[in-house]
Each structure stands twice: as structure tokens, then as C-alpha cells.
Design a binder for this molecule. Structure first.
Ligand code: AQP
Length: 333
């Protein structure tokens, strides 16, 4: 039985990319593993978020995870800020990780854009906090979308350097569990950018709380090209928007892109989008409805998260206290 850790930022509402690239896999991995799933609200602070919106989004995303199939009785589901061990270990990792390592992170470059002087230092050290999230539990398996693989390599570098610097074998190696072909879902407006909560255009993504009309409208307006669907996936290489819609269809139907093209080659995007809408509505609207039901009782969500945090702290506290001892800090009590 492996200990699995993964997290999602409550920077907005989880979308189809989060679902197909991460959450769906978390649900399956609950079977036979110890799952620890976290709403990483401290990560969300790295870019400006309105305080009341952050609280709301943390609760709605918690409800969403439960609606998607995360069972809070079996897995540990909690909000990051409630377990102080994350921030304490992150500070130690700020002092272990090298500036040059962080400077090479492509997500930082993407999110910081051209005006690096103006972004928060939290955004720069974000991967150190992510390493702390995982290593505070000695978790060895991390199911994430392909976009996070560079951060996981960095977490392994931090663990190794810590072990080397302090002459211990304390932190284990992490195995990324990157999900296959469909792992990277792209924006509906631009097939070269990933679908993202923080994209300013709501039309660029399908939120897991969108109703049938919103899903249909977003798929209808999704950018495509005038060519019909080809026979082989390789023929989609220079057509990022078309490839994205085929990938989404494949992931939702649980089949390969080859199979999608076998069924739809020669079809124009009008009829294909209609089939895709039917599939997306069928898969996603029950999740949205259940989320709405759960989110109607915020006090119950808070209780669920606090119970999860107590279970998480029971694992992380002794590990982080030992890391603090190893680096030479006196015990807190
Ligand atoms: N477009 C995507 N395709 C596949 N997987 C994705 N993930 C995110 N976007 C896609 C995976 O979802 C998990 C949770 O992501 P996150 O919330 O921690 O942060 P993120 O990767 O930065 O996601 P967003 O939506 O782009 O959020 P913002 O806009 O707030 O930065 C991760 O496992 C991620 O791989």
C-alpha cells in the first residue's frame, strides 16, 4: 500500500483539465492506497486572490472532490493551512533548494511573464512548498498532470540534498504518477495553452460546476479549424485545437484518440462537437449537481476538512519535528 499525496489550488473552481489530468486518477487510487488529498490554499496566496473568494473556493473545491468520488472517510481530505507542518518544512526547504534550481522552473516563467520584478516571492518558492507538502508525509507516489513533472523532479532534488547535507536517509524518493495521453487538457480558446483556473476567459475552460447549457455553449464556441477529422492522431499534430477536442473526447469516453478517429474520421466539427457535448454533459452534470448540494452546507464542509486536518497532522507533525531536529532546531515543546 503506497502513501499518495496530491493537491489542488483553490484559485478558482476545478475544471475539466484538473478532472481528467488529476482528480479522476485520485479517485481510482483510493483503492488499495492511503490517499492524502489537499486543498493547497497557501499555494493559492502566491497570486492575489480576494480573501472571501478564497474561503468560498476552498469550500466549493472540497465539495467538488467529494462529488467526484474522494471519500473523506477513507482518504484524508483537508486544507493545507490547517496543518502547520507544511509551512515549517517549506521554510527549511527554502534554505535547502538553490536559487538556480527555482530559476529554471517553467511554470514560474509562464506565470511571472515579463514583469518578474512585480511577482510575489511566494510564486518563486512555490515548488519548495510543494516539496514540503509531499515530503511532510513521506509520501512516495504523487499523481499529477504532466505540467507538474518538473516540480516533482525538484522535490526529489531537495530531498536528496537534505539527506546529503545532514548525512541521513530521511526523505524518500518520490515517484510521479503522470497520467498517459490525455493528461494535458488545453484551453478551448487556444490549443497551445493549458486549460487553467486563472485564465481570464471563462470560455477557455469547462468548470466542473457548469450546467448543461454552459457546457454546450463553451464546446460550441471552442476554437477549431475548417478541416474534417482525419484518420490518424499524427495528422492532428499541426492542429492543436482539433487535437485537444479529440483528446477530451477520448479521455471522457475512456478510449484512445485512435478509436475516436476510427469512429469520427471525415466528420466536420459541427456534428463532432454535438457528440462531445452529449458526452461531457452526461459525465459532468451529476458532479456539478452533487457539488451544489454539498456546498449548501458550509459548516459541514468545514467540519469535514478539520477532521481531515487532524488526521493529516497526526502523520506530518512527527516527520517535520524530526526534520527540525535534524537541522538543529530545538524542540518546540
Ligand atoms: N489543463 C490541465 N490538464 C491536465 N491536468 C491539469 N492540471 C491542472 N491543469 C491541467 C492538474 O490538476 C492538478 C491540480 O492543479 P492545481 O490546481 O494545483 O494547479 P495548476 O496545475 O496550476 O492548475 P490550474 O488550473 O492551471 O490552476 P491555476 O490557474 O490556479 O494555476 C495538478 O495535478 C495539475 O497537474
Amino acid at each position: 500500500m503506497a502513501r499518495i499525496f496530491s493537491g489542488i489550488q483553490p484559485t478558482g473552481i476545478a475544471h475539466l483539465g484538473n478532472y481528467l489530468g488529476a482528480i479522476q486518477n485520485w479517485v481510482a487510487l483510493q483503492e488499495g492506497n492511503e490517499g492524502i488529498y489537499c486543498l493547497v490554499d497557501l499555494h493559492a496566496l502566491t497570486v492575489w486572490v480576494e480573501p472571501e473568494a478564497l474561503r468560498q473556493q476552498t469550500r466549493v473545491n472540497a465539495a467538488l472532490l467529494v462529488a467526484c468520488g474522494i471519500d473523506p472517510a477513507r482518504s484524508i481530505l483537508f486544507h493545507q493551512s490547517a496543518v502547520h507542518a507544511h509551512a515549517r518544512l517549506a521554510w527549511i526547504f527554502n534554505c535547502v533548494a538553490r536559487f538556480g534550481w527555482l530559476n529554471r522552473m517553467t511554470q514560474f516563467k509562464d506565470k511571472a511573464g515579463k514583469d518578474r520584478e512585480a511577482v510575489s516571492t511566494g510564486l518563486f518558492v512555490y515548488p519548495n512548498l510543494m516539496a514540503a507538502d509531499i515530503l511532510a508525509y513521506h509520501a512516495t507516489e504523487v499523481p499529477v498532470g504532466e505540467d507538474q513533472s518538473q516540480h516533482l523532479e525538484l522535490a526529489n532534488d531537495i530531498a536528496q540534498k537534505f539527506n546529503h547535507d545532514y548525512g541521513v536517509e530521511f526523505f524518500p524518493a518520490i515517484t510521479p504518477r503522470i497520467i498517459g495521453g490525455s493528461a494535458r487538457i488545453m484551453s478551448l480558446r487556444d490549443g497551445t495553452r493549458k486549460m487553467s483556473k486563472s485564465d481570464t476567459s471563462d470560455q477557455s475552460r469547462i468548470n466542473l460546476t457548469d450546467d448543461a447549457d454552459a457546457i454546450a455553449q463553451k464546446i460550441r464556441r471552442a476554437r477549431t479549424d475548417p478541416e474534417p477529422l482525419p484518420e490518424r492522431p499524427a495528422q492532428l499534430d499541426s492542429r492543436p485545437e482539433a487535437r485537444n477536442l479529440v483528446g477530451i473526447y477520448a479521455a471522457l469516453a475512456g478510449i484512445t484518440a485512435e478509436e475516436v478517429l476510427r469512429q469520427h474520421a471525415g466528420s466536420g466539427f459541427g456534428p463532432f462537437k454535438e457528440r462531445l457535448t452529449e458526452l461531457a454533459v452526461q459525465k459532468l452534470t451529476p458532479i456539478g449537481a452533487e457539488t451544489k448540494r454539498l456546498a449548501a452546507d458550509p459548516a459541514e464542509i468545514d467540519r469535514m476538512l478539520q477532521a481531515g486536518a487532524a488526521r493529516a497532522a497526526a502523520i506530518a507533525e512527527p516527520i517535520v519535528a524530526e526534520a527540525e531536529r535534524l537541522v538543529g532546531l530545538l524542540p518546540a515543546r
